[in-house]
Design a binder for this molecule. Structure first.
Ligand code: SAM
Ligand code: SF4
Ligand code: SF4
Length: 385
C-alpha cells in the first residue's frame, strides 16, 4: 500500500491510505506524537446528518436539500467502529466521545454504546464513554443510552430565550425540549451533565448570564455550564474574529453577576478552564479555543463518519482507516496487528498545533491563515466536535 494515495471512494476531504509498517511492536499504550503528546481521547462521528442548522456549524444555505450527505454504505458499521476502538484503546485511548452531526440520529446508537462498553484498556479498565448531543432527542433516549453503558452526556445549548434559541438552531426548535432532555439525562444517572454554549458576539452573548442563572437555579451542581469561543472551523460558517467574544470577557460578565473561584484542572489535556460559584451553586467552564490555544497537551484524535482519522480539528487531510478495514480497491483488508501498527505510525508523526500557530501569528489570522494552506478544511458536523 502506498503512502500518499488519495482515496477514490470519497473525495470530499483528502485522506491518504495509511502506510502499514512491515515490522512494528505491538501497541504499548505509551504512544507519543512528535511533540511528546500521548493519545488518550478518541472522538467518533457516527453521522454527518443533523436535524439542526446552527449557523456556526451547518448553515442552511449550504446544508440544504441538495447537500450530498454520505450514503449509508460509506459509514463505518458499529462492528468496524468497535474494532477500531479496541485498537485505539490498546494504544492508550481512555475516553471515547460519540458525536456528529447529531449522534442520536444514528439508528440503534445504543447497540454501538453497548459494544463500546466492552472495550478495555491495557490495564483491563473500561473506557470513559460520553456523547455530545443537541439534546433534541435526549428526553426520549436518555434511559436507553444509560442502560447501554453511556456514562455522561454533553448537551449543546446556546440560549435560554426561546426566540434566540430557535433562531440559532435555525429549525425553530424550542428550548424547553432541550431543557427536558437535560432533566431526563440527570434522571437516568448521566450526571454530571455538561452543557456547552457557543458564544457569538452580538448574537447570543446577552444570554450568558441568564443561562448561567437558570442552569444554577434549576439544576445546581449536577450541571456544568461551559462557554465555548466561536471557532473558525470548516469553510462554510463565514467566521470573523469580531464575532468571537473572548472567554476573559465572558468571565468578567459572570464574575459581575456571581462571585467565582478558580478551580484546578482535573485531568491533563482538559480543554476547559474551571471556575466554581463561591456559594457552592456549581461549576462553570471556559473553553478558549481561539484566544488561549491548548495544543500543548492536545491528546485528541477524531474518527470521521466514514472512518477517516483526523489529528486536529483544523486538519486539511485525514488517514483513511476504512480502506485498511475493508481493503477493496486498495488491497486486502488488514489484520488488527497491521491496523494498530498503522495507527501507531500516524500518531508518531503527528505535529498538528493549529491554534497555537494561529495565536503566534495573531488571533485575527484565523481564517486567512487557513485559506493560505492547501486543501479545504473539514466541517465540524463531519469530523465531530
Ligand atoms: N450535534 C451535536 C451537538 O451540537 O452537540 C454534536 C456535534 S457538534 C459539531 C459538537 C459541538 O461542536 C457542539 O457543542 C457545537 O456547539 C460545537 N461547535 C460547532 N461549530 C462550532 C464552532 N464554529 N465554534 C465552536 N463550537 C462549535
Ligand atoms: Fe447540528 Fe451540532 Fe452542528 Fe448544531 S452544532 S448544526 S446541532 S451538528
Ligand atoms: Fe488539538 Fe488541533 Fe485544537 Fe490544537 S488546534 S488543540 S492540536 S485539535
Amino acid at each position: 500500500m502506498g503512502d500518499n494515495i488519495i482515496s477514490l471512494t470519497d473525495l470530499r476531504y483528502a485522506a491518504a491510505v495509511p502506510r502499514v509498517p512491515a515490522l512494528a511492536a505491538p501497541p504499548s499504550g505509551l504512544l507519543a506524537d512528535r511533540l511528546g503528546r500521548p493519545l488518550r481521547d478518541l472522538r467518533i462521528s457516527v453521522t454527518d446528518r443533523c436535524n439542526f442548522r446552527c449557523s456556526y456549524c451547518m448553515p442552511k444555505e449550504v446544508f440544504d436539500a441538495r447537500y450530498p450527505f454520505l450514503p449509508q454504505s460509506s459509514l463505518l458499521s458499529f462492528e468496524e467502529i468497535s474494532r477500531l476502538a479496541r485498537l485505539f484503546a490498546a494504544h492508550g485511548v481512555q475516553k471515547l466521545r460519540l458525536t456528529g452531526g447529531e449522534p442520536l440520529l444514528r439508528r440503534h446508537i445504543e447497540v454501538l454504546i453497548a459494544q463500546l462498553a466492552t472495550v478495555r484498556t491495557p490495564l483491563a479498565l473500561p473506557l470513559d464513554i460520553t456523547l455530545t448531543t443537541n439534546g433534541s432527542l435526549l428526553a426520549r433516549k436518555a434511559q436507553a443510552l444509560r442502560d447501554a453503558g453511556l456514562q455522561r452526556v454533553t448537551v449543546s445549548l446556546d440560549a435560554l430565550d426561546d426566540t434566540v434559541f430557535r433562531r440559532m438552531n435555525d429549525v425553530d426548535f424550542p428550548v424547553a425540549d432541550v431543557l427536558q432532555g437535560i432533566e431526563a439525562a440527570l434522571r437516568a444517572g448521566l450526571a454530571p451533565v455538561k452543557v456547552n454554549m457557543v458564544v457569538k458576539r452580538g448574537v447570543n452573548d446577552h444570554e450568558i448570564v441568564p443561562l448561567a442563572r437558570h442552569v444554577r437555579d434549576r439544576f445546581g451542581p449536577a450541571v456544568v455550564l461551559r462557554f465555548i469561543e466561536y471557532m473558525d472551523v470548516g469553510a462554510t460558517n463565514g467566521w470573523r474574529m469580531d464575532e468571537v467574544l473572548p472567554s476573559a470577557q465572558v468571565l468578567q460578565r459572570l464574575g459581575d453577576a456571581f462571585p467565582l473561584e478558580r478551580m484546578e484542572a482535573s485531568v491533563a489535556g482538559e480543554t476547559a478552564q474551571r471556575w466554581r460559584y463561591a456559594d457552592g451553586g456549581g461549576e462553570i467552564g471556559l473553553i478558549s479555543s481561539v484566544t488561549q490555544a491548548f495544543c500543548g497537551d492536545c491528546n485528541r484524535a477524531r474518527l470521521s463518519t466514514e472512518g477517516k482519522l483526523f489529528l486536529c480539528l483544523f486538519a486539511h487531510g485525514g488517514h483513511d482507516l476504512r480502506a485498511l478495514l475493508r481493503g477493496g480497491a486498495h488491497g486486502v483488508a488488514c489484520s488488527d496487528e497491521q491496523i494498530a501498527a498503522a495507527i501507531g505510525l500516524i500518531w508518531n508523526e503527528r505535529q498538528d498545533q493549529y491554534s497555537a500557530l494561529r495565536s503566534a501569528a495573531g488571533a485575527g489570522a484565523g481564517a486567512g491563515a487557513a485559506e493560505s494552506q492547501a486543501g479545504r478544511r473539514i466541517e465540524m458536523h463531519y469530523i465531530g466536535g
